[in-house]
Design a protein around this ligand. Sequence first.
Ligand code: TXA
Ligand code: MG
Length: 449
Amino acid sequence: MANGAGAALQHATRILPVDTQDLGKFKNKATLETWLLPTDTGKLAPLHKAAELLKFSSIPVGFPTETVYGLGADATRSDAVKGIYAAKGRPSDNPLIIHVCDLTMLCSLLSPDGIGKDSIPEIYKPLIKRFWPGPLTILLPNPSPSKLAPEVTAGLPSFGARMPDSPLALSLIHLAGVPLAAPSANASTKPSPTTAEHVLHDLDGRIEVILDAGPCQVGVESTVVDGLCDPPVVLRPGGVSIQLIKECAGWEGVVKGYKDSNEVGQEAPRAPGMKYKHYSPRAKVILFEASISQQPVSTPAVSSTLMASEIFQDLQLMSKRSLPTVGIVTTKYWSEWAGLNKAALSPETRTQIQRAKPFHIQHSFSMKQGELWEGTSSCSNSTGTQLADIIEISLGRDTKTIAHGLFSALRELDQRGVDVIYVEGIDDKGDIAAAVMNRLRKAATIIKK
Ligand code: TXA
Ligand code: MG
């Protein structure tokens, strides 16, 4: 592995910032046939450096897309693709998504001999027209012989392809001159990266270059669909909602082909990525499904929600061993501190948060810390028992904002060394809520419903 990603590198991993204004455009947005580089080529210097690596080495490159950061390599070279699996520590039976910069590049993969210029299956035409460039991956038949390295498809007869909605990514692919195989640029099993710093955290020393364009807009990965079967199937929920896909001709009867949480592993998965542990921070994640979040506790003289009393009971047990540090992630409805700042959990027991203060950090979410104390109804601030140090992240109420901050929040809490993270789930209908809940259920150690 002289040049492989698993070998010790001579250079530390470098983050190269990119100015993302006017980074290129389609010759004709209606046809998506040809991607054109920007006229101001001075901006391309970091992309040229990355493209050189993609062309001539087997060390993959970290780059942003609109969904999450990807770890890209030349999809036509086996040694380059193997470099991805090595850097991520990812099992090689999980196929990779091919990223193209325009439809000309995609068609060259579908008919490598150039015969049948428009070789895209009809079923995908309405999806491409509506959602590309964008967070949608389609499964296509892999021709034989194929230009793609066999490691990309993990032996499957199809390959997944997408055109990212990121001029940076499209110009990088154009400069590399080849389609890029790119999984999310996290270490295998970890939450996907939505900033260059996340990629550095996971892959420092394993790759040479990370292109940095700030936080990803969408925050969850692309939706993966298979239209080659009848009825067509959604294999992974993602940045394009199933409701919108259903509005397209031929896709009215699309079915859900993925399983969430405890359903996973009970039968052979249709998308190989579905069978692995995923999106998991180091801390234990306890997910409250939306249905449980708002249930009040009905015992007389108790004023709390079911989730506050469940969290309280957990922490009482944990604090007997040592003082835990706990993360709380709120979304649509939970009140501040998940209600623990003023819960009356029994006629005698009260909880309160002391020494609360906000963190002043650059994030799309707000974050604060405090101490959780248990005391009797009559206790003052200075009496009682401390149960936990708490860090609370409030992702906001809008589903898109929640998706945008989700992985970043899990990573932030992990970096601050929390032992357990309590997360408020959302109703998984509408918009990209299905993607948010799919990722959370996979990250969760315990699901309360
Ligand atoms: O948004 C995204 O899709 C990101 C960015 C970087 O583009 N990429 C990404 O790739 O999430 P990855 O490798 O983490 O996930 C690829 C998913 C896996 O669930 C994999 O099993 C599925 O796509 N997949 C890829 N090719 C497939 C195929 N031929 N058949 C079935 N599933 C496939
Ligand atoms: Mg991934």
